[in-house]
Design a protein around this ligand. Structure first.
Ligand code: OAD
Ligand code: ZN
Length: 246
């Protein structure tokens, strides 16, 4: 079966690079973007230029984030996260590349240094001018006191979740590291992503073009199934559960 073949490929590999999307975190109670009920089926994304230009868009963006806070705060790593953390502890995974912003790979046991976040992290905030980091409770307190999204205490530019919005520049260091990892691995695992958002979706192809085997694990077809060596169209928790160690 697919899972047996995956087991063989993992056993044979010496440098596995997982590349994760929102589908790995649905088991943890966090909705994905494009499935029925996904975030982009309920809310239109707020593009970066709109966040910058429009105070109402900033307020709306923060109201959405606060509404999600109980979900993010309660989320714990699922079987997919834990299986990858087991392979990492066993020395099979040098680092993980993720489009996710939920911090669950770090929570599952990956060193922060070994989580390459292409779309940032929603568990803290940053000034879009000077980059100063802020804790979310600081933002919340300011929002509740003034009724509006706060600006940076240093430079007065808007404070935003430390995530990458559509139209916002990709983080250079993360792009460079993801490129190196995709080029150097011998097994690339694309897990729980529809593989439609670029430039992130370029990494499976890059790995494949550099000689890695490519496995796609996703319960629905993805944009890149046709270039994969193995497609497992099944639930991630069930597929990776057998690889959770102790
Ligand atoms: P998507 O919502 O586009 O894709 C998630 C995929 O995971 C879907 O194909 C689901 O069918 C699948 N899935 C969900 N739960 C699953 C499960 N338990 N087992 C197996 N498959 C499951 O999410 P991403 O591909 O991560 O970026 O989205 C990419 C980017 O689009 C995000 O990083 C975000 C979004 O806009 C930005 O906001 C910049
Ligand atoms: Zn600032």
């Amino acid at each position: 079966s697919g899972v047996e073949q995956l087991g063989e490929m993992i056993a044979e590999a010496s440098a596995i690079v997982p590349f994760t999307g929102a589908g790995i975190s649905t088991e943890s109670g966090i909705p994905d973007f494009r499935s029925p009920g996904g975030l982009w089926t309920r809310n239109r994304p707020i593009p970066f230029d709109e966040f910058v230009a429009n105070p109402d868009a900033r307020d709306e963006s923060w109201r959405r984030r606060f509404a999600m806070e109980p979900t993010f705060a309660a989320a714990r790593p699922g079987r997919g996260h834990r299986a990858l953390a087991s392979l990492y502890k066993a020395g099979k995974i040098p680092a993980i590349v993720t489009q996710n912003i939920d911090n669950l790979h770090q929570m599952s046991g990956f060193a922060a240094d070994h989580v390459v976040e292409l779309h940032g992290n929603t568990t803290y905030a940053r000034c879009i001018g000077c980059g100063r980091a802020y804790e979310l409770p600081w933002v919340r307190q300011r929002f509740d006191t003034t009724g509006a999204a706060p600006d940076c205490a240093d430079c007065e530019e808007p404070v935003k979740t430390a995530t990458i919005s559509f139209g916002q520049a990709m983080p250079e260091d993360a792009m460079r590291r993801a490129t190196e990892l995709a080029q150097q691995c011998d097994l690339f695992l694309a897990i729980g992503s529809s593989l439609v958002v670029w430039p992130a979706a370029g990494f499976p192809l890059l790995a494949k073009n550099n000689g890695a085997r490519l496995v796609i694990i996703n319960n629905e077809p993805t944009e890149q199934d046709d270039i994969a060596d193995l497609v497992i169209r099944h639930d991630i928790g069930e597929t990776l559960g057998p690889f959770v160690g102790n």
